[in-house]
Design a protein around this ligand. Structure first.
Ligand code: SF4
Length: 513
């Protein structure tokens, strides 16, 4: 019998699902993160996980985005062959991609919880923001049955940027390749998260499987308990253990929990080939699944917050209080990698587009609209404020993208220091040491918590760049960690190296997570 699905129900379900995942972590993820928190021995990593857990609860309560990067929408739509489409307004005229995009636009522009529009058209050219986060990436398959099944995710750019594909030789070791690749990914993917792995097929099939693998729930502890019963399960367990033994840890600060699960999908391949793709999922793991059977739009039940770990982050008593309005170059020389600071005062913002425009203006000899002398800049593109917020969720973006501008900012414009996410590249670290500057990190995936420390926000320049404009934030006790000190010592190198050694020495037993 044919099932009739109303296009309006499909669109409403997509819009609801995207709002839902913007503020509710999947319960399996948040509980796995809670177990990782309990097991973590590294103080810096434990503090970062506490921030992510606290952020998660605040977002669920406040219905505000888990991260300032509200993601690129990815959907897997499986349409039963006995499904036909109708519209309450007449004939069904939209194709599936158009319906998904209508749902995306509606969700991202919802006034009560407006989500950040991050999608740019003309990616190799003007990179113009499409303003409503469309289009989504839509994968449709026609399957047996009389239902429509949808898996939908909002994938963060920082984690998507770390995707890798290799066409291995059939006798190469998949595990060795992954253990080589994961440290190269750095911390810009905001661990702890998951690894999606696709093995076999062709190049594009492997990548697609890696992405679809991330839609499954975290259940590695069940697998550990029952033991592997096939090659893929063996691989999951081996990769999970060996990747965690790398000591990368939460936010790449060094620690026990780098991945909370490893998911693998496979497919037959050519006898000459072994395609392998890996895509990480970040601290803002956001996905949900629903079915439509013709009875109306999907109803997504709110999770029970009693299922959230009882963790409430507060700043360490040893944190150093810093007044950004009084700070001098001499003050920052004593800061140590790993030290926690609480920033108060005026903080500039800027990220990719602002840095590019500054460079062009300097080249043309134009006067800049902002004086960076003795200031700190925060690499962030915040979500728009709603209600009485000074600013929406405002976590850090990946700092390495600003590495090429570091000499310009420190040498020419006399910037004092930077705040961002994850490690800096070797060249940028040399520039930081040369100018006796510092680089601080905030926790990626704790954007709403961070935004609570921002009391005021105003745009100072480049308003046309939207979320990429230069803002001035007034912050109070904004938590950051010293990641590169004035001598050029990087916590993202020393932390993982230390924890890899500790784990190898078996001085700390990894508790099941
Ligand atoms: S948690 Fe990190 S990688 Fe994920 S969306 Fe947020 S900033 Fe991007």
């Amino acid at each position: 019998m044919t099932t009739i699905i109303q296009q309006e129900d499909f669109i409403a379900s997509i819009a609801d699902a995207l709002q839902y995942i913007s503020y509710y972590h999947p319960v399996d993820y948040i509980q796995a993160l809670g177990r990782a928190y309990e097991a973590e021995k590294s103080a810096a990593a434990k503090d970062a996980i506490a921030q992510i857990l606290t952020n998660s609860r605040l977002c669920a309560e406040g219905k505000r985005p888990l991260c300032q990067d509200t993601g690129i929408v990815v959907t897997f739509v499986k349409v039963g062959m006995q499904v036909s489409w109708a519209s309450k307004l007449g004939s069904a005229t939209l194709d599936i991609e158009q319906m998904v995009n209508e749902g995306v636009s509606r969700a991202y522009l919802l006034p009560d919880n407006k989500l950040r529009a991050s999608i740019v058209a003309d990616p190799a050219g003007k990179r113009t923001n499409t303003r409503d986060n469309t289009p989504a990436v839509v994968h449709v398959s026609l399957v047996a049955g009389d239902k429509v099944e949808v898996s939908i995710a909002a994938k963060g750019g920082g984690s998507e940027n770390k995707a890798k594909l290799a066409m291995l030789n059939p006798n190469d070791s998949i595990v060795d390749w992954i253990l080589n690749v994961v440290p190269q990914m750095g911390a810009g993917w905001c661990p702890p998260g998951m690894l999606g792995i696709g093995i076999g097929g062709t190049a594009e099939k492997a990548v697609l499987m890696a992405k679809e693998a991330l839609m499954a729930p975290i259940d590695i502890d069940l697998l550990k308990a029952k033991g592997a019963s096939n090659k893929l399960e063996e691989l999951r367990l081996e990769i999970f253990e060996k990747v965690n033994n790398l000591g990368i840890g939460a936010q790449g600060l060094g620690g026990l929990a780098t991945v909370l699960d490893v998911k693998i999908l496979d497919y037959p391949t050519h006898a000459a080939s072994l395609p392998v793709a890996i895509i990480p999922n970040c601290a803002a793991t956001r996905h949900v699944h629903f079915e439509l059977n013709g009875s109306g739009a999907a109803e997504l039940e709110a999770p029970n917050l009693h299922d959230w770990p009882q963790v409430s982050w507060t700043p360490s008593e040893n944190a150093l209080h810093i007044n950004l309005d009084m700070i001098t170059k001499a003050d920052i020389q004593t800061w140590q990698p790993g030290q926690t600071l609480l920033l108060s005062g005026k903080l500039l913002t800027g990220r990719d587009a602002a840095h590019k425009r500054i460079a062009i203006m300097l080249q043309k000899g134009e006067k800049l609209p902002v004086d960076f002398t003795n200031r700190f800049i925060y690499y962030v593109g915040p979500v728009d404020a709603v209600r009485d917020e000074a600013v929406g969720p405002a976590g850090p973006t990946t700092a390495t993208r600003m590495d090429d501008y570091t000499e310009m900012m420190l040498g020419k414009l006399n910037l004092l220091g930077m705040v961002g996410k994850a490690e800096r590249g070797d060249e940028a670290i040399k520039v930081i040491a040369k100018h006796k500057s510092v680089y601080l990190t905030a926790v990626g995936g704790a954007a709403y918590l961070v935004s609570k420390a921002i009391k005021k926000s105003q745009v100072l320049a480049f308003a046309d760049l939207g979320m990429e404009a230069i803002h001035e934030f007034t912050v109070q006790d904004m938590p950051v960690t010293v990641a590169v000190d004035a001598r050029g010592v990087s916590l993202h190198s020393t932390g993982p190296a230390l924890w890899k050694e500790k784990i190898a020495l078996d001085s700390i037993k990894i508790v099941a997570i």
